[in-house]
Design a protein around this ligand. Sequence first.
Ligand SMILES: [Zn+2]
Length: 459
Amino acid sequence: MRKLPSWIVLVSIGAISCAPDAGSPGTVVYEGARLIIGDETPPIEDGVFVVADGRFVAVGARSEVTTPAGATRVNLAGKTVMPAMINVHAHVGYEGYTSWRPENQTSENILDHMQRAAFYGTAATVSIGTSPTELSLQFERDQRAGKFPPASRYLFMPGMAPPNGGPDRVLREATNVLRVVNEVTTPDEARAAVQRMVSQQIEHVKMWVDDRGGNYPKLAPEVYEAIVDEAHRHGMTVHAHAIRLADQKAVVAAGADVLVHMVQRQPLDEEFLALLREKRPYWATVIGLGDTPNGVCARDPFFEQALPDSLIAAIRAETERRSLAANCGPPRQARESQMAINFPQMLEAGARVVLATDTGIHPGHTFGSGEHVELARWVQLGMTPAQAIVAATSRPAELMGLADLGTLAAGKRAAFIVLDANPLDDIRNTRTISSVYLDGARFDREALLPRFKGMDPTP
Ligand SMILES: [Zn+2]
């Protein structure tokens, strides 16, 4: 092959992939891509956006955007750009590639998870209910202070449950070791726990309302009503885990801001739908990972690229083992049919879907890819791709109070995904990631891959 003159190589690197590093003062004009803004507005064909100091300065159609002279120009013709995603529901820190245990809770492991989330296009990730408070708050402070390399922004949310209630058995055992769940029995204890969170500047809280088929104590109504009341008194939002119709009704009636999970085995009723129409809660569906952990059972290279072969083999073995069990036979089909009815009913009634994955909750539920599984699941159940992108970007930003993320708009941080194909045509095109940008800087995905792929099994 003919060797190119070195100046051509330099120019093409400059034009295609070389944006300034974080903090560099250069202004960059990105031109020619289809822009999916992330709100309800239609996409902009042949769009142009300008980034300086890590933020969008202008975003629009080519005819509307004035581009500064002397700026670096990046040609994105043929590409589609969407905002980086925001995941409001993951369980960070326990998973360590082939191990899954409380001892993995270190800032190094949190950073690894946040880098894997960023690799797959997620700009902020909420660890909900199961992370150790002090370690998490310290990580948030250190990340804000710029002590870590670029990664998804880590957001900590504590959880509340009765003693020995809350997370499922696997996660319960791990959280018990670290004593991370705020255990409350009475309304007074609930209010005191919320007030402690307020004193730590915590703005969101999770509560579990679930007796796990009669095996767990369940938060009493007067206790969760006290949680919601005390939280709202201090401007906090409440995410409520509930999986049965009666519990979902009760927590929405009590004023929970976010309904976590989906009723999958019971039909909904008019009373619940009327309640949704009245309260319009956010809805963290969390339906993707339960079906196809990491997409690995689908043998999709998009998911396998960032996992060691030993872990892929382990996940596959576990998936095959489970598919022999009853939950993959006829009962699962019954559940599927019920979900196909319930999901559009929830949407129609006004439940406001937000991206939530439960990533990290069990061994093998690894970080990053679950977001793409969840989006595809929504569309399969009746959402449009445009609605799915709103639910993964601007809406979770609004819910979590992240005013600087969630859309392609002047003033926001330049956190975006460049795609080779249009996800409005097929939501699975969110997997055609060409590059990810955080704070206006290209996230170096290639540099992380050898570590992701080559991570040794931990005994
Ligand atoms: Zn969860």
